[in-house]
Ligand binder design. Sequence first.
Ligand code: AMP
Ligand code: ZN
Length: 468
Amino acid sequence: MKIFNTMTRKKEEFIPLEENKVKMYVCGPTVYNFIHIGNARPMIVFDTVRRYMEYKGYDVNFVSNFTDVDDKIIQKAIEEQISAEEVAERFIAECKTDMDGMNIKPATTHPLATQEIGGMIQMIETLIEKGYAYAALDGTVYYRTRKFRDYGKLSHKNIDDLQAGHRNIKVSGELKEDVLDFVLWKPKKEGEPYWESPWCEGRPGWHIECSVMSKKYLGDEIDIHAGGEDLIFPHHENEIAQSEAANGVQFSKYWMHNAFLNIDNRKMSKSLGNFFTVREVAEKYDLQILRFFMLSAHYRSPLNFSADLMEAAKSGLERIITAAENLNYLIKSAAESDLTEREAALLEDGKVYTKKFEDAMEDDFNTADAISAVFELVKFMNTNVSSDNTKPFLESFYGQLKSLCDILGIILEKQEEILDEEIENLIQERQEARKAKNFARADEIRDILQEKGILLKDTREGVQWKRI
Ligand code: AMP
Ligand code: ZN
């Protein structure tokens, strides 16, 4: 498996630190609003990377944070006259709803910055002890950038060029030793959330949280660190400076970055105001279509969002789902008999598409080519299945298609949604059946609901139910 490593600017063979295990960290969103579809790109891309790794048999420890303390969250809290905590809690929940709609697996751990302040203080203390950080008179703690010899190695920036870029910036009134130094801890401002620390009541800078959460949940050395390409500099560069100075070992072996999702060829972003939230897109399209659209391009190529491309994704996805439905329909009435010789030969021939799919994914996760392989498989199936086929043959084809779609996170069979009202009616019917001592029917209703993911709990106050 080859991965393009931003650090070396080369495709490299993936060799995990520990056999069969992958330790992966993806920088998550700042939760002050609904996520936009630009934020959804890294989520979909790296969820697909994870799914492919799992398909290959790796045990993936996948960590992705929520930045739940930040200027923008505080600003939103002031506007809405609620606490920053409430803002973050609300938008984490909304983000998880969107992730679920895009069939993004929950991370092994989703740490929150505000829950890890102790670890951040500890790492900052270590950096101060080692001479990589210092506290200024007002209690701000800065990272001493020039002290870290490798600074710029990820973004391929030269530290003197960076310094020159700052030449015109006024530093009067600044308490830092050097313009390149960045903040690790800053004093609180009136009305802001804050934590006690050895330096001042305040809160952490943005970069330190990822170094600390990655260390806590994955260890000092990890396999893959990922995010959008705007994070290369300064965020990831600073994370490297912090982690490697504090831990004394290489932080991450591979660095992966997705290109931007654009609109009219400009980066979609909240600050430019040219964005669509995932929620807005969901009003018009099934989010499976959004996922399929994102994967139709290679993750390192810019992708332009447009109605035309979404329509193309919609019809492409429909082609795959129709083929799956057709197979399912045939399976229901197919004979249980053994595979015929011709069928066995066809299944063997069809394996070439799985091979093509895998080859594409092995080549730095080329999902665009992987999707082409799925289309070829669908075409091959459509021309080779009929109501004369045996059940094992049809099921085998279905299984092949499903396993490839699972890697892409594309769901072939939607579980039928059951409405609250239908649930209530069935519960009512179950109560009546019980009263009439028709326990068989009562149990049957419980099973029907369970199959639809509804769990019943009999309590003294009546029957409670929840979706699981
Ligand atoms: P933020 O909340 O801005 O820190 O972004 C969360 C994640 O979304 C980061 O990995 C960003 O790099 C990524 N991201 C933000 N905007 C875009 C975009 N237009 N295209 C692709 N990725 C983006
Ligand atoms: Zn980060």
